[in-house]
Design a protein around this ligand. Structure first.
Ligand SMILES: Cc1ncc(COP(=O)(O)O)c(C=O)c1O
Ligand SMILES: [Zn+2]
Length: 398
């Protein structure tokens, strides 16, 4: 039977979507799969192949929108330019709503449908809102999306278009996340937020795919952006479980990257603290990873320490430069949040922390098209010409 387990006190509780945090520690719990024989199956979709490692008994094809099986792309031009070790990008931008969130949303929706729940919800600043609204529409659910008051118009519209009940909430965002669960209980809404235990299970699939595509020999590492911590936790859990079942020899080294302007987990890591302290500021260009009180922060800290990884921060300048490099050198236009991975890699490389033969995987979590406003103005790159002058202009630009 599937249960939830608290990473801190080790206690197990029934796997109830409406009761996700440990009653003793008040921390989110994770899914605890019984350790009996699990294997990789044949199947057309990632959920079908890794079903033995997922918290639902069968795949519901009606929910599938093409999430997963995203490409792992070698970044050869960047590798050459900076004399880097072999570096690859797991391109999560090609998921149905253009971010990795779809992987978690589809997993949580499987659980919701299997349990006959009809109302779902999420608390998000953008990417998870659009993902939950889209999958909620496909599943025929009544979907409630609670967003921050200052959420941009493009994010509001790409969520509202799916017919979700979209509510801008004023007040403390971290508190909203916590209170959503009580409201959910009262109104019969299953809030699948960023560290929802079932959502986290969906993120494991990315890790399984990376491993099976790369089949790494020797040491390697994975670099991911970190906000609430849910995604990083899911990726680490994937390798812990694969190793337990003899499907991978070692867990790779994980590096989680935060934006310096809002980096409570990286600060705790750097100062050796076991728990993060909430930060006041959340001023960064990487708006989608700016969470001053990340619900999975303490779990992420504990797990990454036990695995020998690290959580570090990069500056906005480093982030924007990395975003531009990925777009110009590799054709990959990702969100500033996702570009933190390349910024982090360049930082680690500069510190001599990456071995030359080591493969490095950057998880590019979301498309840059979701927030073009984050781009600095590009006047020097946009030309205007009257038709008769076009010939001359092209010649001058060649
Ligand atoms: C584009 C993008 N990357 C990374 C993250 C970080 O994921 P998590 O909150 O699970 O740590 C987010 C979270 O919203 C995101 O939107
Ligand atoms: Zn506990």
């Amino acid at each position: 039977m599937i249960q939830f387990k608290c990473v801190f006190c080790g206690r197990r509780h029934p796997a109830d979507p409406m009761a996700q945090s440990c009653p003793e520690c008040s921390e989110p719990m994770l899914v605890d799969l019984p350790a009996d024989g699990r294997s990789i199956r044949q199947g057309d979709t990632p959920l079908a192949r890794y079903l033995d490692f997922l918290p639902f008994p069968e795949v519901d094809d009606a929910l599938h929108m093409g999430e997963g099986d995203t490409p792992l792309l070698p970044l050869n031009r960047l590798r050459e330019k900076f004399r880097l070790p072999p570096v690859l990008a797991k391109n999560e931008m090609v998921n149905p709503t253009a971010s990795f969130k779809d992987r978690g949303t589809v997993a949580a929706l499987h659980v919701a449908k299997a349990r006959g729940l009809r109302r779902i919800g999420t608390v998000s600043t953008g990417n998870m809102a659009a993902s939950t609204a889209a999958y909620g529409a496909r599943a025929g659910m009544e979907t409630f999306v609670l967003v921050k008051e200052d959420t941009t118009e493009e994010k509001l519209l790409s969520t509202a278009v799916h017919g979700a009940r979209l509510i801008k909430v004023t007040g403390d965002y971290g508190e909203l996340g916590r209170q959503s669960f009580a409201l959910g209980k009262k109104h019969g809404i299953y809030f699948m937020n960023s560290v929802d235990p079932f959502r986290v299970e969906g993120y494991k699939v990315t890790g399984f795919e990376i491993f099976e595509t790369l089949r790494p020999r020797g040491s390697w590492c994975i670099i991911v952006p970190v906000s609430s911590g849910g995604h990083l936790i899911g990726l680490m859990k994937a390798f812990i479980e694969f190793k337990e079942h003899g499907l991978c020899p070692e867990v790779p080294t994980f590096f989680g990257i935060q934006a310096e302007g809002c980096s409570p987990i990286a600060q705790a890591f750097a100062s050796g603290r076991l728990r993060y302290a909430r930060v006041g500021s959340h001023a960064t260009v990487a708006q989608s990873i700016a969470n001053p009180s990340p619900p999975g922060g303490n779990i992420a800290l504990k797990m990454i320490r036990e695995l020998g990884g690290e959580i570090l921060a990069v500056t906005d300048e480093e982030i924007l430069s990395a975003q531009r490099l990925l777009a110009e050198e590799e054709g990959l236009f990702c969100l500033p949040a996702s570009a933190t991975t390349l910024a982090g890699m360049l930082k680690l490389e500069g510190q001599g922390r990456l071995a030359s033969g080591e493969s490095v995987v950057l998880v590019l979590t979301g498309s840059g098209l979701k927030n073009i406003r984050a781009l600095p103005p590009q006047p020097s790159r946009v030309f205007t010409s009257a038709l008769p002058d076009l010939d001359r202009l092209i010649a001058s630009l060649s």
